[in-house]
Design a protein around this ligand. Structure first.
Ligand SMILES: NC(=O)c1ccc[n+]([C@@H]2O[C@H](COP(=O)([O-])OP(=O)(O)OC[C@H]3O[C@@H](n4cnc5c(N)ncnc54)[C@H](OP(=O)(O)O)[C@@H]3O)[C@@H](O)[C@H]2O)c1
Length: 407
């Protein structure tokens, strides 16, 4: 559900022209929609200009408050014809709103007034601007002439003040009035009104294909733009490499598996490792040098593959990967394993031809270092053995690219 922001405005007000630019920025950044409320600054019976402003002629120019606001918003201080009434323009905008094109028509009115200097209260101009948006232009014109929406336009001064609008623009965000404010203030108000935006994973349900004679295995890793998988040293955790979207995607991929597997190196490097208790946790070790008090072992379903012994942890020998994976399925019913590295474990699984898919989040960070590990280390393939995988999907979110490869 978009956040609805009600905007009290009038076309001829320079602050409203600045607000239109701000509203475009808000729309691009947040799920917001605007409800335009016509306020007529200089209605019939009011004199133009409303009051005289005397200025000394010999003082050096300084930006006025409006000029400053134009500059902050990156707008040219354009000027529409001054002292113009806007009643018909508001009538036309109400008609457009009823036809579901209010937003587009208001944008056209502001552009026409501030960029082209058009007299947007004149019927021929309104008709011209409605072209392509409004299908029945005769009814549109009749509505303006018979003042069909007279009651919807609030005029200055007293009726406007009585409605709580002292200035245009006034944006009502979450019940609070914001008048002539810079973008940073509006942005903050919208963030507060919307709350912390929910971070979504990149994938939404996944269809896996892979070996039938053993559990399906997919790797998920996050890399720097130069392909490294660490930010600090090899014995340190790496949670600072990917974004919140990457972390949400990691959790989503885990939810597609019934077991998560890591190498002993990754386990040692990550003292605060956390996985859903629903998952089987598998750690692979050659040396068997494992700290039984590690957070990884604080779960009901943990399996150690390889050497070593930890109390209440199931044990599987590592002969060759195919047989080990089959044993994991036969003994524990494991059907799908997400392997989360590191480099050495990935390499041994890849070399054995026991990985069906690889998910990579490529970030825009740069690490360097000839000894910095990549997704897979181990012994290299010979030229003849080099494998070609199929790119299943690639998606960009912010500065990250989410890649999915299939063997
Ligand atoms: N960017 C990412 O997505 C990501 C993901 C995971 C990890 N990492 C980072 O990567 C680094 C760790 O990677 P790493 O390559 O050094 O370590 P690793 O692959 O996690 O672990 C290597 C260790 O796992 C055991 N092992 C692996 N394959 C084996 C096999 N076939 N047979 C028997 N034992 C096997 C051995 O344990 P023993 O030492 O007990 O013999 C080996 O020394 C850490 O810095 C971690 O933060 C990054």
């Amino acid at each position: 559900m978009p956040l609805t922001i009600s905007v009290a405005h009038d076309y001829i007000c320079p602050w409203c022209w600045i607000a239109v630019s701000q509203m475009r920025r808000l729309r691009a950044e947040f799920d917001v929609e605007f409800e335009w409320r016509g306020y007529e600054l200089y209605p019939e019976g009011m004199e133009w200009p409303p009051r005289k402003v005397h200025e000394a002629t010999d003082r050096p120019p300084t930006p006025t408050r409006t000029q400053l606001a134009f500059a902050v918003e990156g707008l040219e201080p354009a000027k529409g014809p001054p002292g113009m009434r806007t009643f018909r323009a508001h009538q036309a905008a109400e008609y457009a709103r009823e036809k579901g094109v209010g937003q587009e028509f208001n944008e056209r009115l502001y552009e026409a007034y501030w960029n082209q200097g058009l007299r947007i209260n004149d019927l021929p101009v309104l008709r011209f601007l409605a072209n392509g948006l409004i299908s029945d232009l005769d009814d549109f014109e009749a509505a303006i002439e018979e003042q069909r929406y007279r009651d919807r336009v609030i005029v200055y001064d007293e009726p406007a003040y009585a409605s709580g609008v002292y200035y245009v623009p006034t944006l009502f965000i979450d019940g609070k009035a914001y008048a002539e404010q810079p973008y940073s203030v509006l942005r903050k108000a919208v963030i507060e009104a919307l709350g912390e935006p929910e971070v979504r994973p990149v994938y939404d349900g996944l269809d896996f294909q892979g070996a039938k004679d053993r559990p399906l295995v997919f790797i998920n890793m996050v890399t720097t733009l130069d392909g490294k998988i660490i930010t600090g040293d090899r014995d340190e955790p790496v949670m600072d490499l990917g974004s919140k979207t990457d972390h949400a995607t990691l959790r989503h991929l885990e939810s597609c598996a019934d077991a998560v597997m890591i190498g002993a190196g990754t386990m040692r490097a990550t003292p605060k490792i956390r996985f859903d208790e629903r998952l089987w946790r598998i750690v692979v070790s050659e040396s068997g040098e494992l700290d039984p008090s590690h957070a990884f072992f604080k779960a009901p379903r943990v399996i150690l593959v390889g050497k070593g012994q930890v109390d209440r942890v199931d044990k599987v020998e590592l002969s060759d990967w195919s047989s080990t994976l089959v044993e994991l399925r036969e003994r524990f019913g494991i059907q799908r394993i997400v392997c989360e590295g590191g480099s050495e474990l990935n390499a041994s699984l890849l070399k054995a031809g026991c990985v069906d898919e690889v998910f990579i989040t490529q970030t825009s960070k740069l690490k360097l270092g000839k000894d910095s590990p990549t997704i897979a280390g181990g012994q290299p393939f010979s030229r003849e053995e080099v494998e070609s995988w199929t790119l299943v999907s690639s998606r960009q979110v912010g500065d990250e690219v989410f890649l999915r490869y299939r063997r």
